[in-house]
Design a protein around this ligand. Structure first.
Ligand code: FEO
Ligand code: CA
Ligand code: CA
Ligand code: CA
Length: 669
């Protein structure tokens, strides 16, 4: 049975037009301001950011590439207060770096100077930063707050949960396999019902160098795992690292990025051959306690974690956590806690112990989407015959949390078009997950390409008009599903939205009826605001940036099953039937924001009163060439300095605040 749709809500703003202007564009009656940008000092005595490539000590400054963001309220006395709309801690991810802007003349060639590597490692991770409203009623960040904390590529983490102490976690740093250093490529995030931050490790694999010939040192199983996570090598071909940090010296702090330096021990306790296995997890941080232990929750699996969203907690039921793995043809996952939800746990002050209770024991599932609109959660358990019989040779449950993708392959999960953010509708409890795009989706696949299916039905650009090319699902879509209960092993689903350019063919591409007021490409960030139930959709698009910078749309979603079955006819006898939600209208979805040039808009949270939105602008101007650094007019963006924020003209990733000029709720009414 389909639940009644939520009461109609008005999108109380005029749609913003597509634009390539190098600024924040908001609807009439709204204001966007920069709050906290790359390099901003986060401790007393740290000098102001010069923004000329000579700044250092990023372990006391904002990192780069702001991404996921969550809001943790504080009262005037500095205690947790979930209802505070005037003072808070923000948990902000620094996913990666734009090296060209961090060094005076851009990054040096390999071997990388140690001073540059130290800056880059420290620019990664997470910021916990206090923000408070001043006497002018506007939020500012608090440079000297004792709550401020930078978690970086060198911070120490406990490896918690069912894989703790595994032989594949044994390193010189932690011979017991219980600790590791650094969290890498923190993409999206989530907030627990007990007031902690979950941050994710997404494209961590490529930070590690793996030498040609390394495979001769490893078991067949370990080699298969390296290959499945993008670090395959041969006798002659190495896997290069993303930034070359391992080239900066033989000291441990650089050598740890070379997973092929092998010592004399048999178990890896005198080297870093296993450090690559210590990344790829969901990480829990207590933002209210600046010295609290940081924990990687291994039970939630190891893959390219995009973000995490909790299902609505139900007293006496397990907690469900929904997660996507962002790579082509990867999966959607669910964690179901063993512990049943006790509402008193929401307000305990030993928050990391609450995390131990709900995130270290449970079951991990992966999704299969069936043609008829139903779906199954397939448990990743070593007793499952499909896993036990897999050629990989799983021998214990802990291995499933380390080689999670391989276990998901074995049970026949549905390969998706790059699962990005997931979030849960605050009233219906339905789960929305963006599929950003998939250039390897095909009607007639070859090699490693995947065939269109009901939940990933688009492949061509515009076959009907004869301009189609075999470019896959270019614009992406949003799948939603409904679990009857947190522990349910079946669900129902549909496609909430097919992203598209307004002018695209309505029979195969613009299936959701998008117009100039709400067309988009490559949905990535997705978040509901609890204050009003609006769904905010953010884009990370390469296909549409010739027409418009990346953007944010506000939407009033319906419910799973409010649309119809639909068959796409690709010609030549190739059809695929999908389930799609209602088409969009100017009342259900509007463009709310367009970001500066060369950026991605990602991460969104609000004050509990719904009057302030926080969002992150990632990598503006990242197309700037090192050779052009002397001439700001050649930068592909000068944001946010061109809106009056900070010194220097180099582009900076940043967190912005958006408010309504009349002090009302953002986006609504
Ligand atoms: Fe870091 Fe999948 O976006
Ligand atoms: Ca993303
Ligand atoms: Ca993306
Ligand atoms: Ca990104």
């Amino acid at each position: 049975p389909v639940a009644p749709a939520p009461a109609p809500q008005a999108l109380g703003f005029s749609a913003v037009a597509r634009t390539t202007a190098d600024k924040s564009t908001v609807p009439a009656g709204y204001t966007a301001r920069t709050l906290f940008a790359c390099g901003d000092p986060m401790a007393a005595g740290v000098p102001a950011y010069k923004n000329d490539g000579t700044d250092t000590n990023y372990d006391q400054r904002s990192g780069d590439c702001h991404d996921g963001i969550q809001y943790f309220g504080l009262n005037a006395a500095g205690a947790r207060d979930d209802n505070s709309s005037s003072r808070a801690l923000l948990g902000i991810n620094h996913e990666y770096i734009t090296p060209v802007v961090l060094h005076a003349n851009g990054p040096s060639a390999r071997p990388r100077p140690a001073s540059e590597t130290d800056i880059e490692v420290a620019c990664h991770g997470v910021s916990i930063v206090e923000v408070a409203k001043g006497t002018n009623g506007e939020f500012a960040y608090v440079q000297n707050s004792s709550f401020n904390r930078r978690i970086t590529g060198t911070s120490v983490f406990e490896l918690s949960g069912p894989a703790r102490g595994n032989a594949l976690f044994v390193t010189k740093f932690s011979p017991t396999g219980t600790q590791t250093r650094g969290t890498m490529n923190n993409c999206g995030n989530g907030k627990t019902p007990w007031g902690t931050l979950l941050t994710t490790e997404e494209n961590w694999s490529g930070y590690y160098f793996r030498a040609a010939g390394d495979q001769a040192l490893r078991s067949a199983k370990v080699n298969a795992s390296f290959a499945r996570y993008g670090r395959n090598v041969t006798a002659t071909a190495a896997a290069a690292s993303r930034y070359g940090w391992e080239t900066s010296g033989t000291d441990d702090k650089y050598a740890r990025w070379n997973t092929s330096v092998v010592g004399t021990s048999t178990d890896g306790s005198d080297d870093y051959r296993h450090e690559w296995f210590c990344q790829g997890f969901m990480v829990e941080i207590d933002p209210y306690s600046p010295t609290s232990t940081l924990k990687k929750r291994t039970g939630l699996g190891r893959f390219a974690h995009e973000n995490a969203a909790f299902g609505k907690p139900v007293v006496g039921k397990p907690l469900a956590v929904y997660m996507g793995c962002d790579s082509q043809n990867e999966y959607v996952y669910k964690w179901v806690s063993t512990a049943l939800w006790d509402a008193a746990d929401a307000n305990r002050t030993d928050r990391m112990a609450v995390g131990d209770k709900y995130l270290d024991a449970g079951k991990l599932y992966v999704a299969r989407f069936n043609t008829d609109g139903s779906g199954q959660w397939l448990e990743l358990n070593v007793s499952n015959a499909a896993i036990a019989g897999a050629s990989f040779g799983f021998s214990n449950q802990a291995e499933i949390y380390i080689h999670t993708r391989i276990a998901a392959d074995a049970v026949g999960a549905t390969k998706m078009d790059r699962p990005e953010w997931v979030d849960v509708h605050p009233t219906t409890g339905e789960i929305y997950v963006t599929m950003t795009n998939n250039s390897s989706r095909r009607v007639v696949p070859t090699g490693t390409q995947t065939k269109v299916d009901a939940a990933n039905p688009r492949a061509y650009v515009d076959v009907v008009n004869g301009t189609g090319t075999q470019s896959g699902n270019v614009n992406g879509h949003i799948v939603r599903f409904k679990d009857a209960a947190p522990e349910a092993t079946t669900f129902t689903w549909d496609v909430y939205l097919f992203a598209s350019e307004a002018s695209a063919d309505p029979r195969l591409v613009n299936l959701s009826g998008l117009t100039d007021d709400n067309d988009l490409s490559s949905p990535d960030g997705l978040a509901f605001t609890k204050s009003n139930g609006l769904c905010w959709i953010q884009t990370d698009d390469g296909a549409y940036t010739d027409v418009t910078n990346c953007m944010v749309l506000a939407a009033v979603p319906g419910v799973v099953g409010d649309g119809a079955e639909m068959t796409l006819n690709y010609g030549g006898g190739n059809t695929v039937t999908t389930r799609m939600g209602k088409k969009q209208t100017a009342q259900t979805m509007k463009r709310f924001y367009v970001g500066p040039a060369d950026c991605e808009v990602t991460g969104l949270c609000e004050t509990p009163d719904g009057k302030t939105l926080f969002m992150c602008i990632q990598h503006p101007g990242d197309g700037t060439a090192a050779a052009d650094l002397a001439d700001p007019t050649k930068y592909t963006s000068q944001w946010p300095s061109n809106e009056g924020y900070g010194a220097g003209k180099r582009p900076r990733s940043a967190t912005i605040v958006i408010t309504k000029n009349d002090g009302g709720m953002v986006g609504f009414g």
